[in-house]
Design a binder for this molecule. Structure first.
Ligand code: UD1
Ligand code: CA
Length: 420
């Protein structure tokens, strides 16, 4: 392989206004599963091994910069004069570089990394100066159309507004995602002119320019059209969340996890779940969570960041678990909150038990041993340590450590006042 083939720079377009979101915030900092759209795209760029990531920012750039920090380099587009103009703003980062540049969008966040890797490797192996990611749409209205010659080679991309009636019939559309040869792209960009219906500098025009120079261009048709969906309004934000949810849930099911109702199961990207675990409906699992094999989770469970659940654990209904380790065989069956807690093996946590982990200033830890039995409606006021084989009487408010094998009772005795 030639030396210049190994270098891939990714350029992310993030200058747009996103007015249809009806938001005070930049569209790009809206979130899917707790993660900003633009951050998802940066992570995608990282996953494909980009040597540099350049983000073209403009409208509300401070908000985008606050999310991305120094993970990327920034180019600034003051006026939105078109997608080609946006790329030209990043010229100083591309000049003198060899290799490929991949164009992505801050609001097109759920492309699979494999799809981009495939785009790049086709571009390299076929020696194409431009490789376009395209899709076949039954209703292509609004998108740029892919114009091919009789041999099937791509000749140009024509925008809807500039297309003639015959071109409007074309069902192959431009996703807007490309892999370009860096040097040829910069040369072609020098030739684009805003002589189109919108008076914009179209990035798409470089395809025709390259073809006229006799350079090779090509395309990869995406298998799964949902990957190239973008977010322009709140309904699309919901749609993409749903697509991602179904994709993640399918992956877990393919790996041997039972999900009773994928429509109401919300498992964020980073979560790991062992096989034969069963997830009941209305369960949310988010953040960096690891769940072992053969567990039972839900219904109506909420498992949050930093939690580690071993094998054969039961987490039941209306249970919230945050930053908590639970060892194997333990049961956390109903109406329980465990935060900043560690629970040993084969322990039973009674209904209504809560860790009082926050004292208003600090988050404090609760440690619970093996084979413990925590009765119903117990308050565990952290920091506190409960030993092995401990029993805690129902309704207790535990403020002091309980040694191994003890029975702890921490509540008022009952008084029956019988009327005379
Ligand atoms: C573009 C493509 C079209 C493709 C479609 C896919 C062009 C000329 N057309 O059309 O072929 O089918 O995407 O969605 O490229 N942006 C900037 N600065 C600008 C202009 C745009 O950063 O000056 C960003 C926008 O924020 C947006 C993206 O680029 O995220 C696409 O721009 P837009 O003008 O909406 O292009 P489309 O008309 O959708
Ligand atoms: Ca658009």
């Amino acid at each position: 392989m030639e030396e210049n083939n190994s270098n891939v720079i990714t350029l992310i377009m993030a200058a747009g206004k996103g007015t249809r979101m009806k938001s005070n915030k930049s569209k790009l900092v809206h979130k899917i599963y707790d993660k900003e759209l633009v951050k998802r795209v940066v992570e995608l760029a990282e996953k494909i091994g980009s040597s540099e990531i350049i983000t073209v920012v403009g409208y509300l750039k401070e908000q985008v910069e606050a999310v991305l920090g120094d993970r990327v380099k920034y180019a600034y587009q003051e006026e939105l004069l078109g997608t080609g103009h946006a790329v030209i703003q990043a010229e100083k980062y591309l000049k003198g570089k060899k290799g490929k540049v991949v164009i992505l969008y801050g609001d097109v966040p759920i492309i699979r990394p494999e799809t981009l890797k495939n785009l790049i490797s086709k571009s390299i192996s076929q020696k194409e100066c431009a490789t376009v990611l395209t899709a076949i749409y039954n209703n292509p209205t609004g998108y740029g159309r892919i114009v091919r010659d009789e041999g099937g080679s791509i000749k140009a991309i024509v925008e809807e507004r500039d297309a003639d009636p015959l071109q409007k019939e074309i069902k192959e559309i431009n996703s807007g995602i490309y892999c370009f040869d860096i040097e040829e792209l910069l040369l072609a960009l020098k030739e684009i002119k805003p002589n189109n219906s919108q008076g914009e500098y179209y990035l798409t025009d470089v395809i025709k320019i390259m073809n006229e120079k006799g350079l090779k261009t090509g395309a990869v048709i995406v298998d799964d059209n949902t990957e190239i969906l973008g977010v322009n309004n709140r309904a699309q934000l919901e749609l993409l969340t749903k697509v991602l949810r179904m994709r993640i849930n399918s992956t877990h099911m393919n790996n041997g996890v039972t999900i009773e109702d994928a429509n109401t199961t919300y498992i964020h990207d980073e979560v790991i779940i062992g096989k034969d675990t069963i997830i009941h409906p209305n369960t949310t699992i988010k953040g960096d969570v690891v769940i072992g094999e053969n567990c039972e989770i839900g219904p109506n469970a909420y498992i949050r960041e930093g939690s580690r659940i071993a094998d054969n654990v039961k987490i039941g209904n209306f249970v919230e678990i945050k930053n908590t380790k639970i060892d194997s065989g333990t049961k956390v069956p109903h109406f329980i909150y465990l935060g900043d807690c560690e629970v040993g093996k084969n322990t039973n946590i009674g209904c209504g038990t809560i860790t009082c982990n926050y004292d208003g200033i600090n988050k404090n830890k609760t440690l619970i041993g093996d084979n413990a039995f925590v009765g119903s409606n117990v308050n565990l006021v952290a920091p506190v340590k409960i030993g092995n084989n401990v029993k805690i009487a129902a309704g207790s408010t535990i403020t002091e450590d309980v040694p191994d094998d003890a029975l702890a009772i921490a509540r008022q005795r009952q008084l029956n006042k019988v009327p005379k």
